[in-house]
Design a protein around this ligand. Structure first.
Ligand code: 8X3
Length: 249
């Protein structure tokens, strides 16, 4: 694959699986994340050329400075995969922690918007490119105690739609992939390292694996250039929607 692909939040979960898949298909990768040592470790395992950028998507200034600092031969980005984002806490609004709200709104929403805005000028200038946003089933359905996490993913959906409208004259494909339960560090982070709570989320269910989501992303990238997969919702077969999960097995 003769493309340069930038993946945010590349050091774990869906981001890492996507980096692995595209590198093995021959793509050059720009990998971003908050932990340089993890970026370096991943880079060393990948067969193609990799450039790493160490920033937190929540830091607007760092986002723009890092993207602008890319060397000339890395400035042409064919595909942006806006993967960075997390859930923090699972609480009622009345008892929730404001820092958790800030982390979700700042990362999942504002961070995704900053990275998009920083990358866009070169795509608009070329009238070519592709942006894939990681949404969620939580971007269409609200579940108990999901309040602000769901709000952040509803915002990703709205931003994706708005972006597709604004970029319509520029031949830029805008896609969203919206997974249900994916077995990653997601629940460890949501429950702040409480593994017993995190493990229960994926117990008795054959959950999606990060590689399944990477496959869906690859399908969007590999579709012919006149085809936009506007959005794809991906669920484990045992999950019917955001709240109905068959845990009998
Ligand atoms: C991840 C899916 O259902 O845990 O966004 O919110 S869910």
């Amino acid at each position: 694959m003769n493309k340069t692909i930038l993946i945010t939040g590349a050091t774990s979960g869906i981001g890492k699986a996507t980096a692995n898949l595209f590198s093995r298909k021959g793509a050059r990768l720009i990998l971003t994340g908050r932990r340089q040592n993890r970026l370096d470790e991943l880079k060393n395992t990948l067969p193609t050329e990799v450039f790493t950028l160490n920033f937190d998507v929540r830091n607007c200034q760092a986002v723009f400075e890092c993207i602008q600092s890319l060397p000339e031969n890395w400035k042409h980005i064919d595909v942006l995969i806006n993967n960075a984002g997390n859930a923090h806490g699972l609480d009622n609004v009345q008892t929730a922690n404001l820092d958790d709200w800030d982390a979700m709104i700042d990362g999942n929403v504002k961070g995704l918007m900053y990275v998009t805005k920083a990358i866009l000028p070169q795509m608009v200038e070329r009238n070519e490119g592709q942006i894939i946003n990681l949404g969620s089933i939580a971007g269409f359905e609200v579940y108990p105690k999901g309040n602000v996490y769901c709000a952040s993913k509803f915002a990703v959906d709205a931003f994706t739609q708005g972006l597709r409208i604004d970029l319509n004259p520029h031949n830029i494909r805008v896609n969203a992939v919206n997974p249900g339960l994916v077995e990653t560090e997601f629940s460890n982070i949501r429950f702040k390292g409480d593994l017993s709570r995190a493990e229960k989320v994926y117990a008795d269910i054959n959950a999606l694996q990060p590689e399944d989501v990477a496959d869906a992303i690859a399908y969007m990238v590999n579709a012919p250039s006149h085809v936009t997969i506007a959005d794809m919702t991906l669920l484990p077969t045992q999950q019917a929607n955001a709240t109905v999960v068959d845990r009998k097995n």
